[in-house]
Design a protein around this ligand. Sequence first.
Ligand SMILES: [Cu+2]
Length: 82
Amino acid sequence: MSTDKAELPARHPIKGVIVSVRTDKQALLVKHEEIPGVMRAMTMLLKTDAATLQRVTKGQKITGLLVRKNDGWWIESVTVIP
Ligand SMILES: [Cu+2]
């Protein structure tokens, strides 16, 4: 096949709490649960898009997709858990 899935960056479901919104770094500081086979539970900065930065706030529980890009770790498809 010409489209090789291995060439796409893997996206891993992630669940955590927003510790702070760091607009200065275009990132969220997230305390996340363990992501089996990828990362232990920890608090880390995750880059995200501007629209997400504007609609979330400190203290919210979220789910999303963790992905490693050339410039670091990103969180995509952020959903706030009620
Ligand atoms: Cu982490």
